[in-house]
Every structure is written in structure tokens, then in C-alpha cells.
Design a protein around this ligand. Structure first.
Ligand code: 0X9
Ligand code: ZN
Length: 305
């Protein structure tokens, strides 16, 4: 009942998650992990086949999308992943039975709704700030690792406004608390657009994690799998090296604080006039090639176990 020929509204996404939870109760858990500033549920799908012997400490993959409102292709790809893992489960036995996928397809529902109804280029969430004329916090600057550092702004009117304090925003807290509640998360993927990058930490500045070679290697595995589908080229590297420093991102927090070894921001392809407004006709092709890459990352995690 999900349609990849158009971008889904918040209501359509909710309806699809309800459908998944009704129709596939033996392989999914659909949970609300928190509420947005405007009171919308932030929902997560866990792929969890009941047929398999219970093993609570399976290696886990945590995926989110839609931290930035206008990057519509990101939630679409997350929904495609859910569709493949759930509705096409027979094709993905290994990576669903021996791994656990936890997918949050729309972390910032308020911003997403606003970008659909009012301002197509809206990026932040919709919370009130100290300036009555400017709303919204950049959720990808609200995490607590070098909060307020390079590539951030303390002005509520800016696109990269950090918020007053780390984790001031309910959406960022929901993601933090959910990640903290899980054990043995091996891979974190946060879907954004645009630019065609697999970015790994650090994003706060010009240094690399000790194990950056491992992150680089898995990034290149994903890059190659993706390119094989229809020739789309991605670049692999640290956020700071490829895009410039921007502190307080979820990727840095997941690695630096939650201890998730493999943490990536995936910048999906752009299109349209502004880059974020990729035509809906591209959703399926982008989803398919991205899914090949992310699935391959799943197999890598499985083999590394
Ligand atoms: O600036 C961002 O938040 C991301 N780019 S976007 O165009 N989607 O806004 C990149 C984030 C990379 N990670 C960190 N800088 N931590
Ligand atoms: Zn983004």
C-alpha cells in the first residue's frame, strides 16, 4: 500500500506503518519512541522474525531518516528498506534472521509536514526559539559531541541553529534514548540528501577516529555495490574532509558516545531546482540502488560478527 511514485505525507507514512504492524506481526514490532514538539509520534520498525530462536543480543543496525525536513528522498528510501525487509522477507533471510534492523523512517515529522504544506525548503524542526520570528532547531547540530563547535550557529534564524543546549529537542532525545536502550548496535546509518556521499566521523573537525580505515573500507564496499546497479557514483570519506566541519551531528554522537563502531551519514542524490527537490520519478531508482548498498553493508556486518 506504499507508493514510490510520489512522496508520502506524514499521514501516509503512519498508515503504512500501521499496515506493516497489522499484516506482519510475526516479523515486526512497530513502536513509538517519542513525540515531536508538535506532538506527532516518532515511530520505529524493528524487523524481528519470531520464527527464529530468541537471541536478544543479535548484532543490530540502526537507521534513521528525515532528520532534515526538506530531504524528502531520505524517508522514502527508509520506507523502501522497510518494504523490502518485511514484504520481501524471503529474499533477505540471512540479514533479517541473524541481524536486527531498527528503522526510524521519519525522525522530524513536524518539519517534514511543514515542508509539504508551507515551505518546501524547510530544514529544521518546528520548535519555538528565543526569537519569536524564527523557529526551528537543526536537529543535526543538537547532539552532544562538541556541541556548538565548528559549522554551527547560535542564532535561531540560521539553518544550522544548535538549540540552547544539547538535546534540547524531543526528536534528538528520542533518537538518543532509543539508541542507548539497544545493545550491540554495529552499524548506524542516517539518511540525508544531497551529494552522493558515504560520510563517516568525525564531523566536528579535522581529525579521524582511530579505526577510520575500517569505516573507510565498509564505506567503499557500499559505494561499489551501489555503483554496480546503474553507475551512480558516490564518494567515501570523513564528513569534515568531504563537506567541512559541522559539530553536534547524530553520526558523531553514535560513534563517540553510543560506541557504535560503524556510523555513516548517507547523502543521497539530489535533483530538481534546489537539489533537495528530487523529482518523485526518481524515488524508485534511488531507493533500489541505495538498498543494494545498505544490504551489502548488512552482509558485511553479518560476516564480521
Ligand atoms: O550538514 C549536515 O547536517 C549534513 N549535510 S546536509 O546537507 N544533509 O545538511 C552532513 C552531516 C555530516 N555529519 C557531521 N557533520 N557530523
Ligand atoms: Zn541533511
Amino acid at each position: 500500500i506504499i507508493n514510490f511514485r510520489a512522496y508520502s505525507t506524514v499521514e501516509q507514512i503512519d498508515a503504512y506503518l500501521d499496515y506493516i504492524s497489522d499484516q506482519y506481526p510475526d516479523i515486526t514490532d512497530v513502536k513509538t519512541i517519542g513525540y515531536s514538539g508538535e506532538g506527532r509520534p516518532i515511530r520505529m520498525v524493528r524487523i524481528h522474525p519470531r520464527t527464529v530462536r530468541r537471541n536478544s543480543n543479535k548484532p543490530k543496525i540502526l537507521v534513521d531518516a528525515g532528520i532534515h525536513a526538506r530531504e524528502w528522498i531520505a524517508p522514502a528510501v527508509a520506507l523502501y528498506m522497510i518494504q523490502q525487509l518485511v514484504e520481501n522477507n524471503d529474499d533477505h533471510r540471512n540479514i533479517t534472521e541473524q541481524l536486527e534492523w531498527h528503522i526510524i523512517p521519519l525522525l522530524n515529522p513536524d518539519g517534514y509536514a511543514y515542508s509539504m504544506t508551507t515551505d518546501r525548503m524547510w530544514r529544521k524542526n518546528r520548535s519555538n526559539t528565543t526569537n519569536p520570528y524564527c523557529s526551528g532547531v537543526d536537529l543535526n547540530r543538537n547532539f552532544d559531541l562538541f556541541f556548538g563547535g565548528l559549522g554551527t550557529s547560535s542564532d535561531p534564524c540560521d539553518e544550522t541553529y544548535t538549540g540552547k543546549v544539547p538535546f534540547s529537542e524531543p526528536e534528538a532525545r528520542a533518537l538518543r534514548d532509543y539508541a542507548t536502550s539497544l545493545s550491540n548496535v554495529r552499524l548506524y546509518l542516517t539518511l540525508h540528501s544531497f551529494g552522493q556521499f558515504f560520510l563517516y566521523p568525525w564531523g566536528f573537525g579535522d581529525v579521524l577516529p582511530r579505526d577510520w580505515r575500517d569505516l573507510d573500507k565498509l564505506g567503499r564496499v557500499a559505494q561499489k555495490a551501489l555503483e554496480r546497479v546503474r553507475g551512480t557514483k558516490y564518494r567515501v570519506g570523513s564528513s569534515t574532509n568531504l563537506l567541512g566541519a559541522a559539530a553536534g551531528g547524530s553520526d558523531d554522537w553514535m560513534k563517540g558516545r553510543a560506541g557504535i563502531k560503524y556510523s555513516y551519514t548517507v547523502e543521497l542524490p539530489g535533483g530538481g531546482e534546489k537539489g533537495f527537490d528530487l523529482p518523485a520519478s526518481q524515488i524508485l531508482a534511488v531507493s533500489q540502488e541505495t538498498w543494494e548498498a545498505l544490504k551489502t553493508m548488512g552482509y558485511f556486518i553479518l560476516e564480521e560478527r
